[in-house]
Design a protein. Sequence first.
Length: 149
Amino acid sequence: MHTVYWILIFLGTFSMMEFMAWFTHKFIMHGFLWHLHKDHHQKDHDNWFERNDFFFLFYAVVSMTCFYLASYELIWFFLPIGLGILAYGIAYFTVHDIFIHQRFKMFRKANNWYAKGVRRAHKIHHKHRGKEKSENFGMLVVPFKYFKK
């Protein structure tokens, strides 16, 4: 029974992170912390690192804190929470930074329906260089219209 709870908590956390990414991106990155996210939309910098990369650190600290708290047996459920956050972070980095923005030259030939839809939605998100008028703030789940030809 413990294993079933562990798996459900992990999957629930991973799924909830898509909502958290959308919420953070729409209301925080395109809101009061735009000054950290702006360089991601305005490619007029020469640096490989972006101020936007600091958002990764926030979720990494949350995940590591969960691992630390899970080391106490009374709060075992923080381990699947921390791993769910970590797994989403890996998925986000792979899809957003590697596949879409090609920060590493990998997955360039991925051309299936899901890859095309995610790429289209993200391209629309970056259509506007400012913080207003953007759409498609999620990463792994995007509106169905971007999967149509």
